[in-house]
Design a protein around this ligand. Sequence first.
Ligand code: AHG
Ligand code: MN
Ligand code: MN
Length: 334
Amino acid sequence: MKNNRYQTLGEFIIQNQEDFQYSTGELSRLINSIRLAAKTVNHEVNKAGLVDIIGAVGTINQHGENQQKLDVYANEIFIRTLRNRQIVCGIASEENDDYISVEGSDGQHNSKYVVLIDPLDGSSNIDVNVSVGTIFSIYRRLSPEGTPVQLKDFLQAGRNQVAAGYIIYGTSTMLVYTTGHGVNGFTLNPAIGTFYLSHPSMTIPSEGNIYSINEGNYVHFPQGVKNYIKYCQREEEDRPYTSRYIGSLVSDVHRNILKGGIYIYPQTAKAPNGKLRLLYECNPMAMIVEQAQGLASDGYNPILDLEPTELHQRVPFFCGSESMVRKAEEFMKN
Ligand code: AHG
Ligand code: MN
Ligand code: MN
């Protein structure tokens, strides 16, 4: 093992650079920029209760949802940080209608990577002081280097991700990410602004007892999901399930990775593709969960195998402990 318990994220990134195929240090610099943006957003999230920064800003985003001010702020911070450092050739964000093409100071588009972000996940939890997060996903571009990015650079199957991660602004702030060599979690020491490797080689228990789903939508769920919930609720000693639902994907999945569990946001009668976005939420979370030895599925097929057709595509999402996801899939198939 290359890492030890008190390694900082900065040291870890440098030491593990050789893990990336054809590495030129570009991906390391990119992850470093995300680390910087995360610290800035963290600072702002922590201030949310103190200053008049919370509350709806009055604009409606791509998905017809009321944008909170912090969503806008987090979006700006991530985009500005990635842009300024000129380490990506394109950015797509849940908060923007279209992708952004980034050019270097020389007017060229020489970077290899595109980034997709959900800058603030769980935004309805901001003004009630409940954990929120950021999710990011990184791909190598498909179009030739030196040319402006194209839509196809963003519409890649999740399997092609070179890295993915999330930041959870919780009781402590953590950055959890993978470059395809397992999952590592870093906790921020806010006093000195440094992330430390607190959770090396994270793995999700193959069986768990937590199911996380918004049961308020129960009547609209497909029969397979209803049956799975009833299975979890059955009064038998060998099925000791319990329900936990925060309403922030990042927080719900983070807890399930640590404790074992399943997160489900299924299709409903009203939303036939569910609510979560394939590119900004499901693909990165799926890569992390798979790298932590869990599973992520749309109820039938692995999320990472889906071929996206549009930037803001939604997809039903089942993810977590391997045996729980398999069980839920069984119910979906019957
Ligand atoms: P976002 O704040 O980025 O729009 O995402 C909210 C998502 C996700 O974080 C959460 O799990 C889910 O929406 C909750 O939806 P419901 O309120 O419908 O349960
Ligand atoms: Mn989200
Ligand atoms: Mn969001």
